[in-house]
Ligand binder design. Structure first.
Ligand code: ADP
Ligand code: MG
Length: 700
């Protein structure tokens, strides 16, 4: 009964009718009463906030004026008509110009009347112009309490049907009183009280027609919170359900391999963060439930060692383990590192990549199937159908951003029982996003770098300082250190980028000639063997300079490299810059990162470079990235639909995300089935939303 009113077709609302209903549907997706109710204002006109014309400066952003119309003129050729309106207040006069909607505006704007004008001024000499400002008749005797007037998104087509912002406002004034007492409750009384939220009626009423600023803020806060709360509630319940369903192998033994390695062969003391994370993983693995854990740790935080310890747990409990990396170079490196770590233990480990020969592959396949091989490290080659394990206990996936979700799922199916999964990522995902997205993944964070690391000194230089930069390279090499020089490679401008890379390489070789210097080069067009050869020369210290594209972005570990130069740094995204910088500062030496760029920088590029210079903290960088790009781009488009909030903004509302998370956890602790009477409203609303967003279940 209650919901049926909100479900009424918008056509039947007073002031709508079939024609306007059609435009509301096509332009704003407003089909029913409920949709209109949720069409929130994007701004409010505050009558108390107008400024005088004489105070408009060129730099001002949008301003609001209260002006009297002096003159209305239609100018220009018949097909290129424009409306020029002169208006003034006590301090001066301005011109308002429209190129669209001329006919309608000409009849609507009356000389001698007072209007509120909102827009961005442009100043020519002492003339002030507004192009396409918003304009609205000043209503006299307006009572002060209602001085915040809603402004709604509209479109030209809607305006043609009289549904500009003011028209939509009128509809809202018809709708609200009708539905006011039938808007279903969403949150529980307890949560409303705990957070001091206005009730749902008051929230809707005040977001459309605010009583005052405080009531408005509280209403927006409540409605934003609701969006975040229900998304997290849905995800968390799903996590609990899947966990309940899927049992996993039990690794309850800490055996000889683990102990021997831990006590006798650890190359260094674990950091506290590493210890904590290993403990978290051990707890999962001993619980009898399937583990699905994300391990986040900034570049260089020592995730590999955590992976090795986890692998040993699996082996000690009679299982095999695999580790998958996104590139051949990285797989190679992991293979060598792990081989090196585990040499003393007599554990069998192999490497499987696209370039492993057929005969060798066969051996690997066989030893995997008969169980004599303990660890398989590799690239995507691991998930080919031919690869069958005897008893795979855990899959570790490095640098998760490079892998599609589907591929991950494939790995899980390698056995009758799904192996535990540990996904490691060095791209710190902003906490707010991680909380929202990985509601169904457990998250461990290594938030501490191994001791002795000095922050990388980051400097921004323009191309014109190249000679000085070359000198700096020379100085570092003289100290016995190594240097990376990275060029961008962007698909759309691939040819040009390769040319830049090769030109750069040539000028480096000219400046740093044989036999004194040796320069390596690695890029995507080279054969894998050639790439590996060049890379290994650099790793061994045979070459001092590595010129490369972003193929070295992830994982490569050469502690002796102390200088990273990033060419055309303005072309890189923030997280990529951070990844690249993380290739240095891995040894005990003071390290540097020089960001080279041209003089012409977009506003965003400037922010990116400044952020890099300011901080080494991956989490801070990822928060900044989220602010610049928005959550959809940060997470990939496949998931952005779920983040279509009307009000909430993950980049700005971090604290609210946190609050909602705490409340969700507390709620599910107290009432896991949402069966108490106070929680009925939550349960009903959750079910309604799940129906609307079937893609929830596909996330992560
Ligand atoms: P990432 O998290 O980026 O994968 P790595 O596992 O490659 O980092 O570790 C970075 C470097 O730090 C490696 O050279 C590794 O040997 C070293 N390392 C890891 N853990 C520690 C530790 N606890 N103390 C000192 N050095 C460590
Ligand atoms: Mg790594």
């Amino acid at each position: 009964m209650i919901n049926s009113l909100l479900h009424t077709s918008i056509e039947y609302l007073k002031g709508v009718g079939p024609k306007r209903a059609d435009v509301l549907k096509s332009e704003l997706n407003i089909f029913r009463y409920r949709d209109l109710l949720n069409h929130f204002p994007f701004r409010y006109v505050d009558r108390t906030q107008t400024i005088l014309i004489k105070n408009i400066l060129e730099s001002t952003d949008n301003v609001q004026l209260l002006v009297k119309i002096i003159d209305v003129k239609e100018l220009g050729q018949p097909r290129k008509k424009r409306l020029v309106v002169t208006a003034s207040d006590e301090s001066g006069s301005i011109q308002l110009v429209w190129f669209r909607g001329v006919k309608w505006l000409k009849s609507a704007v009356k000389v001698g009347e007072y209007y509120v004008v909102f827009g961005k001024p442009t100043v020519y000499g002492n003339r002030i112009n507004f192009n396409h400002p918003e304009i609205e008749l000043e209503e006299k005797n307006k009572n002060k309490a209602g001085s915040l007037q809603p402004v709604y998104h509209s479109t030209e087509k809607l305006a043609a049907f009289g549904l500009h912002s003011k028209g939509l406002e009128n509809l809202m004034r018809n709708l609200l009183p009708q539905v006011m007492n039938v808007i279903p409750l969403t949150l529980s009384k307890r949560i409303e009280q705990k957070n001091n939220f206005p009730n749902v009626n008051s929230a809707y009423s005040n977001i459309h027609f605010p009583q005052d600023k405080i009531a408005l803020q509280k209403s927006i806060l409540r409605l934003k919170y609701e969006e975040l709360f229900f998304l997290q509630l849905g995800m968390t319940r799903q996590k609990i359900n899947t966990r309940k369903k899927s049992k996993g192998y039990i690794f309850n033994k800490v055996g000889n391999n683990f102990n021997d390695f831990f006590n006798n062969h650890l190359p260094f003391e674990l950091t506290n963060a590493q210890k904590r994370v290993v403990k978290e993983i051990r707890k999962d693995l001993g619980s009898g439930m399937h583990m699905n854990r994300l391990l986040q740790g900034d570049v260089g935080s020592g995730k590999t060692l955590v992976a090795v310890l986890t692998i040993l747990l699996a082996i000690d409990n009679g299982f095999q383990a695999c580790l998958m990396a996104p590139t051949e170079i990285l797989a190679n490196q992991h293979f060598k590192t792990i081989l090196n770590f585990l040499k003393p233990l007599g554990i069998k480990i192999s490497l499987l990549t696209g370039s492993v020969k057929k005969a060798d592959r066969k051996v690997i396949h066989e030893s995997l199937e008969n169980g004599s091989l303990n660890i398989l490290v590799g690239t995507h080659a691991l998930i080919e159908d031919k690869v069958k394990f005897k008893n795979l206990g855990i899959s570790i996936i490095d640098e998760q951003h490079r892998f599609g979700v589907a591929q991950r799922a494939k790995l899980w199916k390698k056995n009758n029982f799904p192996p535990h999964v540990l996904v490691m990522t060095a791209t710190p995902i902003p906490r707010t996003l991680a909380m929202t997205f990985y509601g169904d993944l457990e998250v461990s964070v290594i938030d501490e770098l191994p001791p002795g690391r000095k922050p990388i000194n980051t400097i921004h230089r323009f191309d014109s300082s190249r000679l000085k930069v070359f000198q700096f390279i020379e100085d570092e090499i003289k100290k016995g250190h190594q240097v990376y020089i990275v060029y961008p490679l962007i698909e759309e401008s691939e040819k040009l980028d390769y040319k830049d890379l090769m030109d750069g390489y040539e000028s480096i070789v000219r400046r740093f000639p044989l036999p004194h210097y040796k320069v390596s080069i690695v890029h995507g067009k080279m054969k894998p063997e050639a790439k590996d050869y060049e890379m290994s020369q650099f790793v061994k210290g045979q070459t001092q300079i590595m010129v490369a594209t972003t193929v070295i972005e992830v994982g490569v570990d050469v502690p002796n490299a102390s200088l990273m130069i990033i060419e055309s740094a303005e072309k890189f995204g923030l997280s990529q810059l951070h990844q690249l910088r993380g290739r240095v500062g891995r040894g005990a030496e003071k390290s540097y990162c020089i960001l080279m760029s041209g003089y012409k920088l977009s506003k965003e590029a400037k922010i990116r470079l400044e952020t890099m210079v300011r901080t080494n903290d991956g989490f801070e960088i990822s928060e900044q990235d989220l602010k610049i790009r928005g959550p959809g781009d940060v997470m990939g488009t496949q998931q952005s639909g779920v983040l279509d909030f009307k009000l909430a903004n993950l980049a700005r509302d971090g604290q609210l995300v946190q609050l909602a998370k705490i409340d969700v956890d507390e709620l599910l602790n107290m009432d896991p089935h949402l069966s108490s009477s106070d929680n009925q409203s939550i349960n009903t609303e959750l079910l309604r939303q799940i129906k609307l967003k079937p893609n929830w279940s596909n996330i992560s």
